[in-house]
Design a binder for this molecule. Structure first.
Ligand code: ADP
Ligand code: ZN
Ligand code: ZN
Length: 852
């Protein structure tokens, strides 16, 4: 029975180039000019991309939902792209016809183009990209149904088998003469044969019901319908009508009952008298609205803009084609207001906007501001939503109503038709990159493609733009020649150089912890920070204490001179390894696997105080409790914010003065706007500076600038204290001087010299396995294969990952470094995959951000 399957062709889009007609090849040999279409089939047991013929009477666009014959069944499929030629290795007459177009325009047309680009760039099968992009089970449950196709003439059934007759009789009992195939098969034994008979005789037809995945959630709503003066109502009933009228004639039943403290019977009576209608209506399961009240319409008014803001808004709103706009605004310069006012006119034009943020839980404030301004036009979309919520948000988006979708990286695939603007807030943030599973996409890159395909502007907002974006937008030559800043084609640079209300950026005090040690202070708090913490309560102000969350292994530095032990080959710090009590202490490079033993003394100054680093949140909170028992602290890190909504709860408690100090990790850097915070302390900047990663300096600059930017956003001026063993470090200097541009320029020079991004490209092969030996062997075997079979790039490694074993899997990696302007001969990834034993898994991470 599976013979029909061979009539379909699985195309591998990753490798396929379109088949072009040979010169002189004739099209006229067939009937007329046929069209073929590649469709996505995604149902249990069958998943993939297949080619079908498009019968002439059917018109279909990419994004339509189709029904297609698959084996003996009809299944749902999504039209992906029309092709002029059938696949070369498949005879045209073997390709089966599309049965029907079930529903049109399920996705924007350019959408598939986007998914195909992602698949190609990230060396990922298209199916995997689709899994990331679409909510689960989108096609899985389309239902095959059987209906009587025409009037059954008396006597026709005389020629039918008993089973076929039985099926026909069953169908005729139903008023719309229509049953699901599954139901028929359950009712009648051996129905399959009978059905085939009926189909052949064209007495019944089989069709596919459009996907109805999760049942829409229904809720009772009350609507005011009666007009005129009510004479026949009781005072109680009149009150209900009055409430309804005041509230715009329409309320959920439960809400109305609560507001009027009345009972259902009162409402029933009103319905009988014809004043109201009670009916079930669909509720969209959007994420819970804010406790401050959604109000439905958005009560917040646009603020009157500063000069710089209004220039930014004007520029953005005047562009209505593809362009990349870098919005470089210092912390507290009011970037959010720019987004809001750039989006508002779009909504009026009937367009939608997509706003991507690093982590939704961390940015309740941004979501609140959007809700306050645009009310129910705001949708929140992220991977933590339940399937039902995701599905509803999807349907809401597909309605085409103008709206704002706020979401994390995967929301870059939100299928909004009529997109007018894409915003990436905090565009430098690492969480826009997916490390695993594949596709290892970066939302900024995908957003760029999407904006291109939709021909709309892309706004990248940040106080500390990534080097990638800086290089993409700013013409660096214009900077070095001192000609004033120029931008590249199709790009704009917008600057908000000052805080709102001309508030100053907080002064940054750098404390040299080497001197603290010399002067006998062995505590993790410098005297300066200790005083500042002390004063916090006296002055009834609040503070934030930032701790860098270290990995399991750490770098080694000298507490006397600040020197950090680095790899002689890679320009990254070495990591300390000590696995067992008797094993030698080793320092290892995680790029090239250079190893040396842990020296007893500092190679620079011979001091014996050579220490590996790291002080976690826990240690700091313990120390705080010991030294400042009266200080009320809230811990804000991945341990305390695990549950849904806990970010908001903790921040609300802090905003309500239930604590003096917020102690936490990276999470504190993201978008907090708390006007009462005057002090920001960084316990040890060194943990950030010396990560074994070529991006360490950039990331440290971003993190320190962002965390410092939390201070002094209100009326009271702010103060920042940064503790470090290397106060002369270039990053520390740049942060202290608020020197983005010169820091970036010199950092870019280093990257260029070593062919690191944004100049060269990296591809990281991550291997992992439960078996330590096989992963290591595979890594070295693969490295040999790569160097023999490909060219145009350097191979670094293989090296064990910084944290060798995670969740019982041993991890090794190989890095491919492609110099700028080189078209490398990359290996055939399918061949590479075929070299990997089943016990080892391989992830190809294109443009990796996290190398450890
Ligand atoms: P950023 O994201 O640039 O750090 P925010 O968007 O959080 O800054 O804005 C900082 C603060 O300034 C917010 O409380 C915001 O409401 C306020 N703000 C922004 N624009 C204006 C304006 N034009 N007038 C008054 N206040 C503003
Ligand atoms: Zn030293
Ligand atoms: Zn090295």
């Amino acid at each position: 029975m599976g013979a029909n399957l061979t009539a379909m062709y699985t195309s591998n889009l990753e490798l396929s180039t379109l088949v072009v007609a040979e010169p002189g090849a004739s099209y006229s040999s067939g009937t007329t000019s046929s069209q073929w279409i590649e469709v996505l089939v995604d149902c249990p047991g069958a998943q993939g991309i297949y080619t079908y013929r498009l019968p002439e009477h059917l018109i279909c666009q990419p994004g339509d939902i189709l029904s297609v014959p698959f084996g003996a069944a009809l299944v749902g499929a999504i039209a992906m792209r029309v092709v002029e030629q059938p696949p070369a290795d498949l005879a045209a007459e073997k390709i089966r016809d599309v049965e029907e177009v079930v529903s049109e325009g399920f996705f924007p047309t350019a959408y598939w183009e986007l998914l195909v680009r992602v698949a190609a760039y990230y060396y990922t099968p298209l199916m995997q990209v689709i899994r990331v992009a679409l909510p689960p089970g989108l096609l899985g449950r389309s239902q095959q149904r059987i209906r009587i196709s025409k009037e059954i003439q008396p006597g026709v059934d005389a020629f039918l088998s008993p089973t076929a007759r039985e099926i026909l009789a069953l169908l005729q009992t139903q008023s719309d003469r229509n049953y699901s195939k599954v139901y028929i098969q359950r009712q009648i034994r051996g129905a399959q044969r009978g059905l085939r008979e009926l189909l052949r005789a064209s007495l019944v037809e089989s069709y596919l019901e459009p996907p109805r995945l999760t049942r829409p959630k229904l809720q009772k709503a009350v609507t005011l319908v009666g007009t005129g003066f009510e004479r026949d109502v009781t005072p109680r009933q009149r009150e209900v009508l009055e409430v309804l009228r005041r509230r715009g004639s329409d309320l959920w039943l439960s809400e109305l009952l609560q507001i009027c403290s009345t009972s259902t019977s009162t409402l029933k009576a009103l319905e009988q008298k014809g004043y109201i209608v009670i009916q079930e209506r669909e509720v969209l399961r959007k994420e819970q609205s804010t406790p401050q009240g959604d109000g439905g319409l958005g009560g917040d008014r646009p603020k009157s803009l500063t000069e710089a803001q209004s220039q930014a808004v004007n520029t953005i709103t005047q562009i209505n084609e593809f362009a990349t706009i870098l919005l470089h605004g210092v912390t507290g310069s009011g970037k959010t207001e720019v987004y809001l006012q750039a989006i508002s006119p779009l909504l009026q034009q009937g367009k939608s906007a997509l706003v991507l943020v690093p982590e939704i839980g961390l940015t309740p404030q941004l979501t609140d501001r959007f809700r306050a301004r645009f009310g129910s036009k705001v949708c929140v979309y992220h991977s933590a939503l339940s399937d039902g919520e995701r599905y509803d948000t999807w349907r809401q988006m597909l309605t085409g109503e103008p709206q704002v979708v706020i979401g994390t990286r995967s929301a870059v695939f939100a299928p909004l038709p009529n997109l007018g603007l894409i915003v990436l807030d905090e565009e430098h943030d690492g969480s826009f990159k997916q490390d695993s599973p594949i596709p290892t996409y970066h939302a900024r890159k995908v957003a760029q493609w999407r904006a291109e395909l939709e021909n709309c502007p892309l706004v990248l907002g940040s106080a500390t733009p990534s080097l990638e974006s800086w290089v993409n937008v700013v013409d660096l030559e214009s900077l070095t020649k001192d000609e004033g800043r120029r931008t590249k084609d199709n790009t704009h640079y917008l600057s908000l150089p000052e805080r709102i209300q001309s508030r100053p950026l907080p002064p940054i005090e750098v404390v040299d912890m080497r001197q603290e040690l010399q002067q006998g202070n062995r505590s993790i708090f410098s005297r300066s920070l200790r005083d500042a913490l002390q004063q916090l309560q006296e002055r009834e102000q609040q503070g934030i204490l930032f701790i860098h969350r270290r990995g399991h292994s750490t770098f080694v530095s000298c507490r006397s001179c600040g020197c950090v032990l680095e790899c002689p080959h890679c320009d990254v710090s070495l990591s300390y390894h000590h696995t067992e009590a008797n094993a030698p202490e080793l320092l290892r490079c995680h790029y090239c696997n250079f190893v040396r033993s842990h020296p007893k003394n500092c190679p620079e100054c011979s001091s014996p105080y050579l220490k590996f680093f790291g002080s976690g949140t826990q240690r700091v909170t313990e120390e705080l409790a010991k030294q400042f028992p009266q200080l009320r602290c809230i811990r804000f890190d991945s341990d305390t914010t695990r549950t849904k909504g806990s970010h908001r709860t903790l921040l609300t408690r802090f905003a309500n003065y239930e604590a003096d100090l917020l102690v936490g990790t990276q999470m504190l850097t993201k978008g907090l706007d708390l006007p009462q915070v005057t002090l920001v302390g960084v316990v040890a900047a060194d943990g950030l500076l010396n990560l074994p990663d070529y991006r360490a300096a950039e990331r440290a600059f971003q993190t320190l600038t962002q965390v410092a930017g939390r201070a002094g956003r209100g009326d009271d001026p702010g103060r920042v204290i940064v503790q470090t063993y290397t106060p002369e470090h270039q990053v520390i200097q740049a942060v202290q001087q608020h020197e983005y541009e010169s820091f970036t320029t010199s950092e870019l020079q280093q990257r260029e010299a070593l062919n690191y991004p944004p100049y060269g490209r990296l591809i990281l092969l991550r291997l992992s396995s439960l078996d330590a030996t096989s992963v290591e062997q595979t890594a070295s075997f693969l490295t040999t294969q790569l160097s023999n079979n490909a060219a145009g790039f350097d191979i670094l490694g293989p090296a064990p990952a910084n944290i060798l074993r995670v969740a019982n899997r041993y991890r090794w990696q190989i890095m491919l470094k492609i110099p700028p302007n080189v078209q490398p001969e990359l290996p055939d990834w399918n061949f590479v995959r075929s070299l990997i034993p089943a016990s080892v898994s391989l992830t190809i991470d294109v443009d990796p951000l996290h190398l450890m």
